[in-house]
Design a protein around this ligand. Structure first.
Ligand SMILES: Nc1ncnc2c1ncn2[C@@H]1O[C@H](COP(=O)(O)OP(=O)(O)OP(=O)(O)O)[C@@H](O)[C@H]1O
Length: 343
């Protein structure tokens, strides 16, 4: 199912939480919504789900108008599944009953799924690796297992759109990576459209077909993970996704001059015209290197963080700090005078 938001605004008691959102989620697409706390991610998801009504603008599902300021189709009439941060399982139901529940009550369940509920429950539990846990109660499951049940339950009626709000944020780091891989596999197998809200940019980069970066109730940029990472349109996107350095300087075509001294001239491709107009150059720490001398920005090493696979350096240029990621063979120490160069 495709979902389209057109000029959607949402105001709560005079506070504008969404300031005009235009977004299309194509059929089968995995869209991640990222942004800092309070930027409007959950509000956007709740509007798509039908828990909130837009103050202005329209929402369409498969070209059918489902919501505008005057009318809003309730959640149960939209063909959706939902998974939230809190596991929200019913405490008195066995795992298999939790997954069977929407097969009885979701209004879009096909008659074949409805007739073969037991088989569908088995299928869903094996999809999330819980085939041996059908008889357990939620209280006897770990956090990761609970979230797997919530995913199986949401997917059982085969919804056309799955909405996930920070589904992994209450799990520990190792489980997050494990379930991240599982959600991707599930997406490949089911091809359900997914809208996935997270404040974790690495989750979005790893999982999504398309990333929507939000800030302050607005969309800053929509793009593939590679587009967002390598060609951020704004300083906010560059810093929020992957923590780029944003250097000030002058541009002449594809040449960037980070200093007044124009002998320091770097050739940098693929920078958006927006950033050039602002005389800024977003550059990733791993795209930079340190040297004792050369055609770069001079500074002093302020901090050295050994990370096992790489070393993170912070260089103080007098006006700014620049982050540089080097291989473990780099041997600079705090206090060394260096120059920063593109690799
Ligand atoms: N029912 C409400 N009444 C009043 N203000 C609200 C309501 N719901 C959300 N807001 C406000 O709208 C803004 C956006 O909230 P939202 O929950 O969408 O942000 P978020 O990006 O999901 O944040 P987080 O990552 O912290 O969950 C916030 O300033 C919030 O306080």
């Amino acid at each position: 199912m495709s979902t389209r938001l057109q000029h959607v605004k949402k105001t709560f008691d005079g506070f504008q939480a969404l300031k005009g959102i235009d977004l299309t989620i194509e059929d089968g697409e995995f869209v991640a919504i990222v942004g800092p706390s309070g930027c409007g991610k959950t509000t956007l998801l709740r509007l798509i789900a039908g828990f909130e009504t837009p103050t202005e603008g329209s929402i369409y599902m498969n070209d059918e108008l489902v919501a505008n300021a005057n009318n809003s189709m309730p959640p149960e009439k939209r063909n959706l599944g939902m998974v939230f941060q809190a596991f929200a399982l019913w405490p008195h139901m066995k795992v298999k009953e939790q997954v069977a529940f929407p097969l009885k009550y979701h209004r879009f369940v096909t008659s074949s799924l409805h007739k073969n509920k037991t088989k569908r429950v088995e299928e869903m539990l094996s999809l999330v690796g819980l085939q041996d846990f059908a008889e357990r109660m939620p209280g006897d499951l770990s956090g990761g297992q609970k979230q797997r049940v919530a995913i199986a339950r949401a997917l059982a009626p085969s919804p056309a759109l799955l909405l996930m709000d920070e589904p992994l944020s209450s799990l520990d780091a190792k489980l997050r990576i494990e379930l991240r891989n599982e959600i991707q596999t599930i997406h490949r197998k089911t091809n359900t459209s997914i809208v996935y809200v997270t404040h974790d940019q690495s989750e979005a980069l790893a999982m999504a077909d398309k990333i929507v970066v939000m800030n302050n109730g607005k969309i800053e940029q929509i793009g593939t993970p590679k587009e967002i990472y390598f060609t951020p349109k704004t300083e906010f996107v560059a810093k929020f996704i992957g923590k780029a350095n944003v250097l000030n300087g002058k541009w002449r075509e594809n040449y960037f001059f980070p200093l007044k001294d124009e002998t320091v001239k770097w050739q940098i491709p693929d920078i958006t015209e927006d950033m050039k107009r602002q005389s800024k150059c977003p550059i990733r720490p791993e795209q930079l290197t340190l040297s004792k001398k050369g055609n770069g920005i001079p500074g002093g090493v302020r901090n050295v963080l050994f990370q096992g696979r790489e070393i993170h350096f912070t260089v103080d240029t007098g006006t700014n700090t620049i982050d540089v990621i080097e291989s473990i063979h780099a041997s600079f120490q705090v206090g060394d005078r260096v120059v920063v160069l593109p690799k």
